[in-house]
Design a protein around this ligand. Structure first.
Ligand SMILES: NC(=O)c1ccc[n+]([C@@H]2O[C@H](COP(=O)([O-])OP(=O)(O)OC[C@H]3O[C@@H](n4cnc5c(N)ncnc54)[C@H](OP(=O)(O)O)[C@@H]3O)[C@@H](O)[C@H]2O)c1
Length: 257
């Protein structure tokens, strides 16, 4: 059989990962850098993304940290400018930054409502447009991967994440609409919808009720961030150029269909 047509060599690519200061984003930045991309790790905790970048540089990778607040349009522009100045035009964007609501809808403060929508939905839209506009102007192709959630597709009455789940449904739909709008420009837009994974966001919840929640899952386990490596690399591989507008649910069968 001829060799399969799949390369995960990202040499020459420039990746920007939002929310890389912890959890899944930390791992996405590592995975892309190890595949050869120059990576800009963004997050509000600049010390954390700079520490991650230093760790990668010490391993011989190309990486830089950059303070980034996806709720602030000026910060978005500054981060994309920084990436461009440091490594060249961003052609891989991982829209990973996200926050939970972690409460029932009727109990959310207006501040939380705005923060969840601004981070999880508006931030994804503004980041995508900032990167895509520059690619379109330069006539260059690129790839965007949005981090949605299994919560976009499944909701149970005690999930206490009604707003979060709706913003993630928005992310999945935005993935489809932007993919179609930008297909002619060579920009692919896809998403990953993780199930329950260990991270800072989920730590409190898993500590409180993780043992019980796990019992309801067919394989009685949570995900570790590295379980998403293969899906991420598949979506950003140059050989996945025909794959756009899709959202891959990676949840170990945790949720009913
Ligand atoms: N863990 C799970 O089970 C799970 C399941 C489905 C989907 N997800 C999604 O996966 C993504 C990563 O979450 P995680 O589980 O890895 O949680 P996490 O460890 O809490 O990571 C969230 C990241 O988002 C960043 N962030 C939050 N607000 C931001 C802002 N305004 N600007 C820039 N960065 C911001 C945080 O960094 P700073 O605080 O430094 O800004 C942090 O690095 C999220 O979109 C989440 O919804 C997670």
């Amino acid at each position: 059989m001829a060799d399969a047509n799949i390369s995960t060599d990202l040499a020459g690519r420039v990746a920007l990962v939002t929310g890389a200061s912890s959890g899944l984003g930390w791992r996405f930045a590592q995975t892309l850098a190890r595949a050869g991309a120059a990576v800009v790790a963004g997050g509000r905790r600049a010390d954390r993304v700079e520490a991650l970048a230093a760790e990668l540089v010490a391993q011989g990778r190309r990486a830089a940290g950059c303070g980034l607040d996806v709720c602030d349009p000026a910060s978005i522009t500054a981060a994309v400018d920084f990436a461009e100045r440091t490594y060249g035009p961003v052609d891989i964007l991982i829209n990973n930054a996200g926050v939970a609501d972690a409460n029932y809808a009727a109990k959310l403060s207006l501040e939380t409502v705005d923060r969840v929508i601004d981070t999880n939905f508006r931030g994804v839209f503004l980041m995508s447009v900032e990167v895509a506009r520059r690619l379109i102007d330069a006539g260059k192709p690129g790839g965007i991967v949005n981090i949605s959630s299994s919560g976009a597709y499944h909701y149970a009455h005690k999930s206490a994440a009604a707003l979060y789940s709706a913003t993630k449904a928005g992310v999945s739909r935005l993935t489809e609409t932007l993919a179609v709008e930008w297909a002619a420009f060579g920009i692919n837009v896809n998403a990953i919808a993780p199930g329950f994974f260990r991270s800072e966001m989920s730590a409190g919840y898993l500590d409180r009720v993780g043992a019980t929640v796990k019992q309801a899952f067919p394989r009685k386990r949570f995900g570790d961030p590295e379980f998403l490596d293969s899906t991420l690399l598949y979506l950003v591989s140059p050989d996945s150029h025909f794959v756009t507008g899709t959202c891959i649910l990676v949840d170990d069968g945790q949720m009913p269909r």
